[in-house]
Design a binder for this molecule. Structure first.
Ligand SMILES: NC(=O)c1ccc[n+]([C@@H]2O[C@H](COP(=O)([O-])OP(=O)(O)OC[C@H]3O[C@@H](n4cnc5c(N)ncnc54)[C@H](O)[C@@H]3O)[C@@H](O)[C@H]2O)c1
Length: 260
C-alpha cells in the first residue's frame, strides 16, 4: 500500500521485527502507510520482512541491533530518524523465553546466569528501547510508544517461568510510570498483552507431546492466536484513533485471561 492508510505519514521502529508478532506488526504498519525501521539481531529475517513491505509499495529500512546493547539500539534509532525524517512511534516487541531446560524454572532452581540473561533481554532491552525511543519522540514533540507485555505479568499460571514472568511484570511497570511521566510531553505509552500466539518463541513448547492441545483446551476460543491477529491493536495504538489512550493494557488472547 505505502500511503493513504491509517498510519500514512507515520514513522516507526519495531524491535524484534524479524519473526513472530514483531514481523506481523512491522508488515501491518507498512501496509497502513507508515515508514518502518525493522530492528532485530539477525539481518536475514529483517530483510525478508522489509522486502514484503516494499513489495507492497511501503517504506522499510533494516536496522540490525541487539536491544541489550545501548550503543546498538541508540544507533538504530538515530539511523531510523535520519532515513525516515524523524520518529513518532516506538514499538518494543523483542523478547526471549528460556523454559524447558534452558534456564528458567521454579524460583529455587533458577541460576543467576539464566536470571541475568532474561533480565538483559526482556527488561534492559525494553528499558534501552524506551530510553532512546523517548529521546526520539521528545525531538519529535510527541508520539506513541507500545510495549509488549504478557499475561504472566499479572497471573501466576506460567509454571517453570519464574524469570520470564518477573521480567514481563517489570515491563508492565515501565508502561505505568512512562505513561504518567511522559503524558505532558505528548507521548502516549501503552501495553499489548498477547495470549498464546503461534510464533517461534512457542515452537519448543508446541513440540512437546500433547502440550499444544492441553494449552489450547484452556482457551475459550480453543486455539492459539496467529501473530497477524495481534498486529491490529498495535496499528490502532499508533494511530490518531488512540489519541486519548495512554497507560492502558490490551489483552489479545482468545478469552484466556477471563478463565485463569
Ligand atoms: N507468542 C506468545 O505466545 C507471546 C505471549 C505473550 C507475550 N509474548 C511476547 O511477544 C514478544 C514477541 O515474541 P514472539 O511471540 O513474536 O516470538 P519471537 O521469538 O518470534 O519474537 C521475538 C523476537 O525478538 C528478537 N529478539 C530477542 N532478543 C533480542 C535482542 N536482544 N535484540 C534484538 N532482538 C531480539 C528475536 O530475534 C525475535 O525475532 C516477546 O516479547 C514475547 O515475550 C509472546
Amino acid at each position: 500500500m505505502g500511503d493513504g492508510g491509517r498510519l500514512a505519514g507515520r514513522r516507526a521502529i519495531v524491535t524484534g521485527a524479524g519473526t513472530g508478532i514483531g514481523r506481523s506488526v512491522a508488515i501491518a504498519f507498512g501496509n497502513e502507510g507508515a515508514g518502518v525501521g525493522l530492528v532485530g539481531r539477525r539481518e536475514e529475517p529483517l530483510r525478508e520482512a522489509a522486502a514484503q513491505i516494499t513489495a507492497s509499495g511501503g517504506t522499510a529500512i533494516v536496522l540490525p541491533a541487539d536491544v541489550t546493547r545501548e550503543a546498538e539500539i541508540e544507533a538504530a534509532i538515530l539511523s531510523a530518524e535520519r532515513h525516515l525524517g524523524g520518529l513518532d512511534t516506538i514499538v518494543g516487541v523483542a523478547g526471549i523465553e528460556l523454559y524447558g531446560g534452558r534456564g528458567d524454572d521454579r524460583v529455587d532452581r533458577v541460576e543467576v546466569a539464566a536470571w541475568q540473561a532474561m533480565i538483559d533481554a526482556n527488561l534492559t532491552g525494553m528499558f534501552l528501547t524506551l530510553k532512546h525511543g523517548t529521546r526520539a519522540l521528545l525531538r519529535n514533540q510527541g508520539g506513541s510508544m507500545i510495549i509488549t507485555g504478557s499475561p504472566t505479568a499479572i497471573r501466576g499460571h506460567a509454571l517453570g517461568e519464574f524469570a520470564y514472568s518477573s521480567s514481563k511484570a517489570g515491563t508492565h511497570g515501565m508502561v505505568r510510570v512512562c505513561a504518567t511521566e511522559l503524558a505532558p510531553e505528548g507521548i502516549r505509552v501503552n501495553c499489548v498483552i498477547p495470549g498464546m500466539i503461534d510464533t517461534p518463541i512457542n515452537a519448543g513448547f508446541f513440540a512437546l507431546p500433547g502440550a499444544r492441545a492441553e494449552a489450547e483446551a484452556k482457551i475459550p476460543m480453543k486455539r492459539a492466536g496467529r501473530p497477524d491477529e495481534v498486529a491490529g491493536i498495535y496499528v490502532w495504538l499508533a494511530s490518531d484513533e488512540a489519541s486519548y489512550t495512554t497507560g492502558a493494557f490490551f489483552v489479545i488472547d482468545g478469552g484466556q485471561i477471563s478463565m485463569c
